[in-house]
Write a protein of this length. Sequence first.
Length: 112
Amino acid sequence: MQSQVPVNVRETDKNYEVELIAPGLRKQDFSLQFSGDNLIVSFDHKEESNDQDKNNRWLRREYRRQSFTRTFSMDETIDAEKVSAHYDNGVLQITLPKKPQAQKVSRTINIQ
């Protein structure tokens, strides 16, 4: 079963930040990888629940499987060696730092 996972993307002066809202998962369920100019984010989560009587006959047996794959196109401004990710309280946060030459510079220019 393919899941719909809310994704938020934000740009700051120094980074792109991606948030995936995926409660109930573990960080081990996720896979993050670069393939060419793409960042591929995926997860595969399986749950199994068994209720049995004393004669070992199933009264109820449920399986649940969630999977998700999302591909983000990256450009040459991303420093792929410095990408980091953190999963906490159901939110996977991925930080994609920009290369220094791609960062927006803001400064005041003095008039002579």
